[in-house]
Design a binder for this molecule. Structure first.
Ligand code: SAH
Ligand code: SF4
Length: 334
């Protein structure tokens, strides 16, 4: 059994390139480590996509500002409070509030966090992009527990080509600020970006390890028809699983979700991920009427499923993978 072994860039690259039986052995190894650390428990987090209004134009994303064919929506603060309290009543112990990137609703979110924290003990994760240090402090003081901000790729040049509005150093700075402020911090990348190499992906994993991030949300890049990357093909699920397993072995005790994009790429993507190193599942808790409008990529699943059915549905997915869904906050365990 691997005990917090240190891996080199070339060892990680080798893992990413494994095929068939050797790849299956890698998934087995990652799964045994996951079970050694977490047992068969899978933590559940509900994700609420409360707004698709975005001022940025990331080349890969379906809700980028340049896409004029998106029906824009924003869930107001009173409705959002109610949705979170419903999630709490449905036994969710963690929710993730995700949106496009604009500043106009930031004060509302402070109020929503304060309200929810005064009513119940539910861990709040924010995924709202790059903000000022002051804003991150305000939300932390209001009671936010965690923040998700993907680096998307650690290849600086690639990052800059994909993000006309962003600066790589600023993204790094935001991540370091979040850590310094005491958030549990999640980051991640997309796998299969145009011009991304195995070496880039191996460096991504080392970056996660070196900076000791708590949560690692990764998934395949999936093209969206209304974006400049519409003609780029996605990677195979096997590359996603190799990456996931390598990430588990290298970063050891981090929280790693089986993501929606994995299930979009492969019908059984989440089950496969839960047997290759993932220990978290994130069902969509966005009210159904908004889901069609939060399409970051084409064919996103669950856009038609009822919100109130997702816990049952999620439990079944977890059981199909031979695991057990647990209703806990799922803080990082060291
Ligand atoms: N606006 C926030 C949060 C919403 S986007 C932000 O950018 O951080 C959340 C994540 O969706 C992004 O970090 C990105 O990794 C992922 N995403 C966007 N477009 C995608 C695509 N075409 N394929 C796969 N993942 C995508
Ligand atoms: Fe906006 Fe986030 Fe999509 Fe970029 S990835 S366009 S910031 S929602």
């Amino acid at each position: 059994m691997t005990v917090n072994k240190v891996y080199s860039l070339s060892e990680i690259k080798e893992m990413l390139l494994l095929e068939e039986e050797e790849a299956f052995a890698l998934y087995e190894e990652a799964n045994s480590l996951t079970e050694k650390l977490f047992g068969k428990s899978i933590f559940v987090r509900g994700i609420i996509e409360f707004s698709n209004v975005c001022a940025k134009n990331c080349l890969y994303c379906g809700i980028r500002r340049g896409n004029k064919n998106v029906k824009r929506y924003h869930i107001g603060k009173e409705d959002l409070k109610k949705i979170i309290m419903d999630a709490h009543n449905d036994n969710f112990k963690t929710i993730v509030l995700q949106s496009g990137e604009v500043d106009v609703y930031d004060n509302d979110i402070t109020e929503v966090i304060e309200y929810v924290k005064s009513k119940c003990d539910i861990a709040i994760t924010l995924s709202m992009g790059e903000k000022s240090r002051e804003q991150y402090i305000e939300w932390k003081n209001a009671g936010a527990d965690r923040y998700l901000l993907r680096i998307e790729t650690t290849n600086r040049k690639l990052f800059e080509n994909l993000h006309p509005d962003d600066d790589f150093d600023n993204r790094l700075k935001s991540l370091m600020t979040l850590k310094e402020l005491g958030y549990e911090v999640g980051t991640g990348v997309m796998i299969g970006l145009p011009k991304q190499t195995e070496e880039d992906l191996a460096s991504d994993i080392l970056f996660f390890k070196e900076n000791d991030f708590d949560m690692l949300g990764v998934g395949p890049f999936i093209p969206h028809n209304e974006t400049p990357l519409r003609n780029i093909k996605s990677v195979n699920m096997s590359m996603v699983l190799n990456f996931l397993s390598a990430m588990r072995l290298v970063t050891y005790d981090t929280n790693i979700p089986a993501t929606t994009s994995m299930a979009t790429l492969d019908k059984e993507g989440r089950e496969k991920a839960l047997n290759a190193g993932a220990n978290v599942i994130m069902p969509n808790y966005t009210p159904q009427k908004y889901r069609e409008s939060y399409k970051l990529y084409d064919n996103k699943i669950c856009t038609k499923e009822d919100a109130e059915h997702t816990m049952e549905f999620t439990k079944k997915t977890v059981e199909r993978a031979g695991k057990v869904l647990v209703l806990e906050r799922g803080d990082r365990r060291r």
